[in-house]
Write a protein that binds this ligand. Structure first.
Ligand SMILES: NC(=O)c1ccc[n+]([C@@H]2O[C@H](COP(=O)([O-])OP(=O)(O)OC[C@H]3O[C@@H](n4cnc5c(N)ncnc54)[C@H](O)[C@@H]3O)[C@@H](O)[C@H]2O)c1
Length: 248
């Protein structure tokens, strides 16, 4: 088992990529904390984790609110669990695609809050617990949107690009203390988040992907497992983009 007894905190673990990562890590012996806005789906993933024979619990959390993130980490402390792995995965696509000149302050802020501020709040709390122990792996979900841009998704593109840059900076800062920080920037992956985008985009997603198909959450979980465990012991500050060959 690659993650035996490690404590993994997975934000947005109630659905899609986050759930796939939770179940993969559980199968590798990790103890799982699901930090999820949707109470029902978070609890459901925690039940699935326990059905795998692993320990796990869910905490209803809004990663875009600093106080909610601090509460979530306190509930981990109360169990005397020490976070070894953080996966900053929570996210949404807001109202879908909107031309930049029509984006309101509220639309902008809500995407920046969950994707960028949430990544910062959770990383800060995790580092406070990882630094004294001199060990840890932090993985954040970027996107190909943050590498090459996505028209009509200004806030999402900006937030994901910032997550990639944040990864590089924090990785250099944390490297001397035994903590690795990396990013996964997926291409199109079949999860409920795609329902926020127009149906007409579906054919375009496969067309723009050289493998001519959309990825699966399990294919992203495989990359997360590599970055979480000792197989990537010399890898930090990197962005790996599982995207079916779409890289430009
Ligand atoms: N699916 C794709 O094509 C794709 C591509 C690139 C990047 N991503 C990124 O992968 C990550 C996971 O997305 P997914 O595709 O699995 O989507 P998803 O909608 O299936 O899952 C996202 C989860 O995050 C939770 N969430 C949303 N806001 C939250 C908040 N404020 N606090 C806590 N939890 C919150 C949702 O309730 C949901 O369970 C996101 O960061 C997304 O931007 C997805």
């Amino acid at each position: 088992m690659k993650l035996k007894d490690k404590v993994a905190v997975i934000t947005g673990g109630g659905s899609g990529i986050g759930r796939a990562i939770a179940l993969r890590f559980a199968a590798e012996g990790a103890r799982i904390v699901i930090a999820e806005l949707n109470e029902a789906s978070g609890s459901e993933t925690a039940e699935l984790v326990r059905a795998h024979g692993a320990e796990g619990f869910a905490v209803t959390t809004d990663v875009g609110r600093s106080a909610s993130v601090a509460d979530m980490f306190r509930s981990i402390d109360e169990r005397n669990w020490n976070p070894d792995i953080l996966v900053n995965n929570a996210g949404n696509a807001g109202q879908g695609l909107t031309p930049t000149h029509e984006v309101t302050d509220e639309m902008w802020d809500s995407i920046i809050d969950v994707h960028l501020n949430g990544t910062f709040y959770c990383t800060r709390e995790a580092l406070r617990r990882m630094l004294p122990r001199g060990t840890g792996a932090i993985i954040s979900l970027g996107s190909v949107a943050g590498l090459s841009g996505l028209p009509g998704a200004a806030s999402y593109t900006a937030a994901k690009g910032a997550v990639i840059a944040f990864t590089k900076g924090v990785a250099q800062e944390a490297a001397p203390y035994g903590i690795r920080v990396n990013c996964i920037a997926p291409g199109w992956v079949e999860t409920p988040i795609l329902n926020s985008l127009p149906d007409a985009m579906r054919p375009m997603m496969t067309e723009m992907t050289p493998m001519k198909r959309i990825g699966t959450p399990d294919e992203i979980a495989s990359v997360a497992l590599f970055l979480a465990g000792d197989d990537s012991s010399f890898v930090t500050g990197q962005t790996i983009s599982p995207n079916g060959g779409m890289y430009r």
